[in-house]
Design a protein around this ligand. Structure first.
Ligand SMILES: Nc1nc2c(ncn2[C@@H]2O[C@H](COP(=O)(O)OP(=O)(O)OP(=O)(O)O)[C@@H](O)[C@H]2O)c(=O)[nH]1
Ligand SMILES: [Mg+2]
Length: 227
């Protein structure tokens, strides 16, 4: 019984990988690089996009928003005059806690791929499932906010291993928290040695120039080996 469950899961992930490869082909045909942005709910994905998307130095960017319900995040991005498409996983996909390749495939016709160089996909807030489902992206980034505790790399290692960049957000809150930044970074290196990391605050703007520069470079960088 247990073995059958594992087999079903393997089949689901295999089917997802096939569709992700088709998505990747569509993105490459349109010369669009794709970043999959993941985190726990509320770590600051949308806030970190809002702060940089409007000043990407000539890089034409679009956003695909994934949420269980609402278009709240898409509305925030649209107010910056950035093209945005919202996927709600609740009505059509049963309230999934992650985006999968098929959901992204269903959104591709609505995306202005010929008018953008970079597509950022904001995944559903979750530290487990999004890391398992490839979408056809070239780059994977996660946000870990200091409010979540320094043990998270140890408890959710796949997410921290699956990314090439970790944005450590909400560092403005450090004086108010019992968060040991050195211990967090040690835990991060224990599960993904040497992974790139940026200390940022979407509230104060600290570190956002480096995040912006990273996104600008992602528009031309080759796909990461972890994507
Ligand atoms: N103090 C502080 N608050 C922040 C920072 N970044 C985001 N927030 C706040 O954290 C909350 C969640 O931010 P969002 O950007 O919506 O987080 P998210 O990851 O997009 O959330 P979901 O899409 O729901 O998973 C909001 O109240 C933000 O104002 C930060 O750097 N410092
Ligand atoms: Mg969001």
């Amino acid at each position: 019984m247990h073995r059958r469950y594992v087999k079903v899961l393997e089949d689901v992930l295999d089917a997802n990988s096939t569709i992700a490869a088709a998505n990747r082909e569509d993105f490459e045909r349109a010369s669009v690089k794709v970043v999959n942005l993941m985190s726990a709910p509320g770590a600051g994905k949308t806030s970190l996009l809002e702060r940089v998307l409007a000043r990407l130095d000539g890089v034409r960017v679009g956003v695909l928003e994934g949420d269980v319900q609402t278009a709240l995040d898409a509305d925030r991005i649209a107010s910056l005059h950035v093209p945005v498409v919202q996927i709600n996983t609740e009505p059509r996909f049963g309230g999934e806690c992650h985006l999968d390749a098929n959901m992204v495939r269903s959104a591709i016709p609505a995306l202005p791929l010929d008018e953008i160089d970079l597509l950022v996909i904001e995944n559903v807030g979750n530290l487990v499932c999004p890391a398992e489902f490839r979408l056809g992206e070239h780059h994977r980034v996660m946000v870990a906010s200091v409010a979540e505790g320094e043990d998270k790399p140890l408890k959710y290692p796949l997410m921290f291993r699956a990314c090439e960049l970790v944005l450590v957000n909400k560092i403005d809150l450090l004086p108010h928290l019992d968060f040991d930044l050195e211990r967090f970074l040690g835990n991060l290196d224990a599960v993904h040695p040497g992974v790139d990391r940026l200390l940022v605050s979407a509230k104060t703007g600290e570190g956002l120039e480096a995040w912006r520069d990273w996104l600008v470079a992602a528009a031309v960088r080759e796909a990461s080996r972890v994507a």
